[in-house]
Design a protein around this ligand. Structure first.
Ligand code: FAD
Length: 282
């Protein structure tokens, strides 16, 4: 596996919904800024759920002087509304985006891929390039363990390659706990001509039931031995965190040593676990 030498280190937040959440995120961000990440990213709710929150959070981060990458999803959005968002970001000097299809929030019923102006993320990447040329550095999503709705792993890698060919500069993976799946995915994508950096998405382990729930939804596999070990700790959160720190740090070490070009931390707006992993890696 060949990827670039310089390691990228980015940190993801979601837009808080309450004034208390905004304040808590400011504190979290100040702590994580001390780690000097390459940039912060802010998620975006498809179907209109958190869009203003994303912009507000992105502008807060920008005002603090950090590089920031808003996520932008296209499912359920019109060209006109996305054009407006792109213009706002451009006018505010934002140079990065994470471009996604998105998932409609629960309550929207089954997803209808035939209606709407966008169906897949490659169409969003094409649209951004057509509207704004090379202004934005665009990351797209990658799924080392396959996206849950994909036809097959092979088809999913081909869809990933299509996003790169549409103009993506790089990718961030869904989180995983199996580094072989990552290396294999990157090798296959490279064989099919997608040679952009694929940053490994890292979910620290701090809470057993939350992790199981998220992983079921997004198709990330928790290895059996990890699940059993976590379950054996019951309510002992200190042991869960200590074990999670060991498992995730060791995986990060393997990823970086094996050529991964960087790590993207899913923080869930908390600083402690990401900071602990980062300090151990140093
Ligand atoms: P796509 O690349 O469009 O793929 C979606 C599915 O369709 C895959 O199964 C793929 O194999 C298949 N596919 C693609 N193209 C075609 C085609 N032409 N024909 C048939 N099948 C096709 N969600 C949010 O709502 N907001 C966020 O901020 C957000 N941030 C994320 C950040 C990262 C790093 C990651 C990994 C995910 C994020 N997500 C976010 C979740 C993401 O939106 C979902 O996983 C979504 O279901 C797929 O998005 P995608 O961009 O990967 O879609």
């Amino acid at each position: 596996m060949k990827q670039t030498k310089q390691k990228n280190f980015s940190i993801e937040f979601f837009p808080p919904k309450t004034p208390e959440g905004v304040e808590k995120l400011r504190v979290t961000r100040a702590k994580l800024a001390e780690l000097h990440p390459s940039y912060f990213s802010v998620t975006f709710g498809a179907g209109g759920s958190t869009q203003k929150g994303t912009l507000d959070t992105v502008l807060d981060i920008r005002r603090e002087g950090h590089d920031v990458a808003p996520h932008l999803s296209c499912l359920g959005s019109s060209r006109a509304s996305l054009r407006e968002i792109l213009t706002q970001y451009k006018d505010n000097g934002i140079k990065r985006l994470v471009a996604l299809r998105g998932d409609l929030p629960s309550g929207y019923g089954a997803m209808d891929f035939s209606s709407g102006e966008f169906r897949y993320a490659n169409e969003l990447v094409e649209f951004i390039r057509a509207e704004t040329g090379d202004w934005f550095h665009i990351e797209v999503a990658a799924y080392p363990e396959m996206h849950p709705q994909a036809k097959s792993p092979q088809d999913d890698v081909q869809r990933f390659v299509a996003k790169v060919k549409a103009g993506a500069d790089g990718a961030i993976t869904q989180y995983f706990y199996n580094s072989d799946a990552y290396f294999r995915f990157v090798d296959e994508a490279q064989r099919l001509g997608a040679t952009v950096p694929v940053i490994a998405g890292i979910m620290p382990i701090t809470n057993c039931s939350q992790l199981m729930r998220f992983s079921d939804m997004c198709g990330a596999e928790i290895p059996r031995w990890v699940r059993l070990k976590l379950a054996s700790y019951g309510d002992d959160t200190d042991s869960i965190r200590a074990f999670g720190l060991d498992v995730v740090t060791q995986m990060c070490e393997r990823l970086l040593a094996g050529g991964a070009p960087g790590l993207h931390f899913y923080t869930l707006n908390n600083s402690a676990a990401t900071t602990a992993i980062w300090q151990r890696l140093k």
